[in-house]
Design a protein around this ligand. Sequence first.
Ligand code: PHE
Length: 340
Amino acid sequence: MMKEKIDKMLQELDQVRPGSKEEVEQLRIKYLSKKGEITALFNEFKSLNADEKRTMGQLINHLKDTAQAKINELKLAYDTTGNAVEAIDLTRSASAVELGTRHPLTIVRNEIIDIFSRIGFTISEGPEVEDDWHVFGALNFPPEHPARDMQDTFFVEKNPDILLRTHTSSVQSHVMTTQKPPIRVLCPGRVYRNEAISYRAHCFFHQVEGLYIDKNVSFADLKQALLYFAKEMFGEETKIRLRPSYFPFTEPSAEMDISCDICGGSGCNFCKHTGWVEILGCGMVDPAVLEACGIDSKVYTGYAFGMGVERIANLKFKVKDLRMFSENDVRFLKQFEASL
Ligand code: PHE
């Protein structure tokens, strides 16, 4: 008898076609409210004997679940104000997915990393907020030495010990103090300098620096690695030239120029009619730096180099105004799609 009731209700539930949100609510009341038919069945169930309970229990529970699911499903056809929600049209064509593009600086950074990873460099990253020791102290900038003025530093909360890194050489300090040679790392990342913002300078930019420490590393190894990089990045025809320079953490130090990619060396505004453009600083790691970081400078030597990603991107993409890279103008950013 109870079984017939259950079957009948299941059949009804299968066939109901309510026409409004209110009718769905009435259905809920009819079956599932305190005075509803299913609730009544549960009351009836209490008076069954143990045998009957065993067979009916499952059926009643199944009925209740079915009713609940059906009502939930019917409710979805209406929004909160009771208006019918349009049925989903499964035959409609999908809307086009808009693909984003990589930022030009990301494209160039990835390319630099890719080139050096082919000769065994791995990536190390570190914090942008640093202490003085990792940015300057370990790298042979003596306290109060004017060399610190080379890089206009942003200090954090007037505490002269906490600052925004001015170069990713700070990551090299971390690597040298925590790893044993041979070390061959690339340190990509954002750096900060307190400069007036113009088309050619910004208060933050991006660098990739490299460090190689092992027994018998020589300046010839450095030159070879940089020549390989220049050719991979700017084409087989590219020439390099190293000019003597100064950095506190390298000795000897040099700046590297490449033959101007824009005029091909014949002279243009970009290379100031010299045929050459500067792209990076480099040198042999100063023994004092190795010692400060706990590496025996009688056993090991090393080279380091550092370049600005914006600078390389400028050359590669001929972007005249550096500020474009941080303005997030989609019309600008979209243009690099093809370089991915
Ligand atoms: N750290 C230097 C800078 O930011 C670049 C550099 C790195 C120079 C390594 C020499 C060796 O300007």
